[in-house]
Design a protein around this ligand. Structure first.
Ligand code: NDP
Length: 432
């Protein structure tokens, strides 16, 4: 923390994992001999570059781009690209660090990375977004490849942006290879990849509920965010009979105590790209109350699924949720709960599943996309959906095995220990 006093998100993520695994580390001589804890907190490589591109008015614009390759111990670097004005090195280092643990938890051969730019695509024309993506990829392509580093989408990087970046990569290399995941279905994409993070979150919720002898039907689920993860989690939850009571974005939240129907959510997914604010449009379409500038956490709910961004759910929100008898928290976004919020849940013994486990479905299906590209094969929608359910159940089981003491499961600790052991064992086996 003395070397990086300004990298708060990165310090928050490393402190959190170190606190959970320190006993495992101290009990293992080889881990200490190979200095695995310190080595695992430092990224293997950080690539920082400039992105100069022309806007529609013919003026030069300038952005910064990064790729943080955190750990290649167990497979090619793998993790999303985020385009957002808040992107900086601290955020990408925290995301890459978390990604290494998440990818380890999936059981698949994938290392951890994250990248992106401080470019804000909001209000930009399609041509501007295409030119930005092409210029970004002109530099990034030097550092990635199907066996080296395989980026995917994240905030503001969806199928359209992946398509433009993939096109540029292919133009430069003149070869089809699975260098990016989240591609369109017609050019190497996988079934279920778009839905995977949100659906996987609900499959994890089902595993947690089953472990607590409960079922999802009729439960009130509060969701924040209105992007890829939030809307697909909402869709699967509604399809399984839950009542989805909220969604949100950076401008406010919508609460509907009667619940959004499956058809309403399908409508939001279909119209999201064409609406300035999909949630006010949804309100007109399906009803509910819009709360300007508010988060959804004071609505009564049994389950909270924060699916927007890091540190969006703070201590006050956690206290409100506890006061309203929330029973389970699962993170759909990466680190959406602040340290203080997590402590509140812990004090009240409310099961809390961290993002590195609960949102691992997306990267797991990205791993399947890589395997399909490498073998020039395509698995069916139902095959992949079944695999996703199994992977989420397996991650749940690992957390239970590593995190249960005196009959109570600490999911966060279980996830951190299981991910750490896989990475640390690989580090020891590979020497220095
Ligand atoms: P999207 O860009 O599709 O959606 C992001 C949503 O979050 C939007 O509704 C956005 O609102 C909202 N949001 C962003 N910043 C804020 C903020 N500061 N306050 C309130 N709302 C905000 O992103 P995704 O759904 O893909 O990603 C969401 C989270 O899930 C991220 O943490 C991401 O890292 C994580 N994740 C995503 C995966 C994926 O497969 N996509 C995989 C694993 C994790 P607005 O449009 O108004 O900005």
């Amino acid at each position: 923390s003395q070397r990086h006093p300004d990298q708060q998100e990165y310090l928050q993520a490393t402190r959190e994992i170190a606190g959970d695994i320190i006993d495992v580390y101290n009990a293992n001589e080889e881990y200490q001999q190979f200095d695995v804890l310190r080595r695992l907190t430092v990224p293997e490589r950080i690539i920082h570059f400039s992105v100069c591109w022309l806007n529609d008015a013919g003026k030069v614009e300038f952005n910064q781009g990064w790729r943080v390759q955190h750990s290649g111990l167990i497979g090619p670097y793998k993790g999303g690209l985020r385009f957002h004005p808040t992107v900086n090195e601290s955020i990408l280092k925290f995301l890459a660090f978390e990604q290494s643990f998440k990818n380890a938890l999936t059981g698949l051969p994938m290392g951890g990375a994250k990248g992106g730019s401080d470019f804000n695509p909001k209000g930009r024309s399609q041509h501007e977004i295409m030119r930005f993506c092409q210029t970004f990829m002109t530099e990034l392509q030097h550092h990635i490849g199907p066996n080296t580093d395989v980026p995917a989408g994240d905030i503001n990087v969806g199928a359209r942006e992946i398509g433009y970046m993939y096109g540029q990569y292919r133009n430069i290399h003149n070869r089809f290879s699975g260098t990016l995941t989240g591609k369109g279905l017609s050019f190497g994409g996988s079934h279920v990849r778009t839905e995977a993070t949100g659906f996987g979150l609900i499959y994890m919720l089902q595993a947690v509920l089953e472990h607590h002898q409960q079922a999802i039907e009729g439960l009130r689920i509060g969701i924040s965010g209105a992007g890829n993860v939030a809307l697909h989690a909402a869709l699967r939850a509604a399809q399984l009979g839950a009542t989805v009571v909220s969604l949100s974005n950076s401008r406010g939240c919508i609460v509907n105590n009667n619940g959004f129907s499956e058809a309403d959510i399908q409508w939001a997914i279909a119209h999201k790209a064409n609406e300035d604010n999909i949630l006010t449009a949804l309100q007109e379409h399906a009803g509910g109350d819009w709360h300007d500038g508010k988060t959804p956490w004071d609505a009564p709910m049994d389950i909270a699924l924060p699916c927007a961004t890091q540190n969006e759910l703070d201590e006050d929100a956690a206290q409100t949720l506890v006061h309203n008898d929330v029973a389970f928290i699962l993170e759909g976004a990466n680190m959406p709960c602040t340290d203080a919020a997590r402590k509140v849940f812990e004090q009240h013994h409310i099961p809390f599943v961290p993002g590195k486990a609960a949102n691992a479905g997306g990267v797991a299906i990205s791993g399947m996309e890589m395997a399909q590209n490498a073998s020039f094969q395509r698995d069916s929608y139902s095959q992949i959906d079944k695999t996703l359910q199994q992977i989420m159940r397996d991650i749940h089981q690992k957390m239970v095995e590593e995190g249960t003491h005196n009959g109570r499961t600490n999911y966060a600790k279980g996830a951190n220990i299981a991910g750490f052991k896989r990475l640390a064992d690989a580090m020891v086996a590979q020497g220095i």
